[in-house]
Write a protein that binds this ligand. Structure first.
Ligand SMILES: [Fe+2]
Ligand SMILES: [Fe+2]
Length: 237
């Protein structure tokens, strides 16, 4: 299965392309399996978004931005497409979180937080029957790790730095940017400049500094991306 670990995104180094990839073969999976998996990922992402009207096209924006960041980081088109798919699927585990908790307007109790913090693990479990999605550092692992923090204070496993799969470090930035800029019933979304500043300020704590560097390099593309004009819903070239 595709390996998206280590390489240039670790603490203190920004070497670029990740070694240990699929060597262009992606574990022997052909373009047809990848296309079908991509369509499935997009469908399931829409299902998650449809469950919560506040999310609108959240999964698609996360997918699109994750793919762009993966390409900016130097991953191959196929590796980037898997990161993009993980963007579609990152919150699939939320279908296992009760509505009363997911849609609760007020603060969550410690027990309710425990349920919410299960969604990355649950998401990986839901996806693992699909061969294209499973294996070490695969889409399953990216989904499992998308709430890990670079400083080790994330969940569910408290992974730190390069122990977090690169794809998950990428999806984490895309997810945060999307969540910050989207309107919610209880607040307006941040403007683009404020959200960019927030991401930049969290480099090294929440986010991989190298991924944040990639994010800043593609900053000029963000307005079009947020307007849905950057080929959303389409596979990466
Ligand atoms: Fe999540
Ligand atoms: Fe897509």
């Amino acid at each position: 299965m595709l390996l998206l670990t280590s390489g240039g995104s670790g603490k203190g180094t920004c070497a670029g392309t990740e070694p240990g990839g699929c060597a262009g073969k992606c574990g022997g999976l052909g373009a047809c399996a990848m296309n079908t998996a991509h369509q499935l990922a997009e469908s399931l992402g829409r299902a998650v978004d449809a469950r919560d009207q506040r999310l609108q096209q959240h999964s698609e924006l996360v997918a699109e931005l994750s793919g762009l960041l993966a390409r900016a980081h130097g991953l191959t088109p196929r590796q980037a497409e898997l990161v993009h798919m993980a963007g579609h699927l990152h919150d699939i585990g939320k279908i296992g979180v009760p509505d009363a908790v997911l849609h609760k307007p007020g603060p969550l109790s410690p027990e309710e937080w425990t349920l919410v913090r299960e969604h990355p693990r649950l998401g990986a479990e839901i996806l693992c029957p699909v061969r294209v999605f499973r294996g070490p550092h695969s889409v399953c692992e990216m989904v499992h790790s998308h709430h890990e923090r670079f400083d080790g204070k994330g969940y569910p496993r408290g992974l730190c730095g390069r122990d977090i799969p690169l794809g998950a470090r990428i999806v984490s930035v895309a997810d945060a940017f999307s969540a910050m800029t989207e309107d919610r019933p209880y607040r307006r979304g941040m403007c683009l400049d404020d959200a960019v500043r927030e991401i930049e300020a969290s480099a090294g704590s929440m986010f991989d500094p190298c991924v944040v560097k990639d994010f800043l390099r593609i900053r000029a593309m963000l307005p079009e991306l947020m307007a849905g004009g950057s080929g959303m819903s389409c596979p990466l070239p």
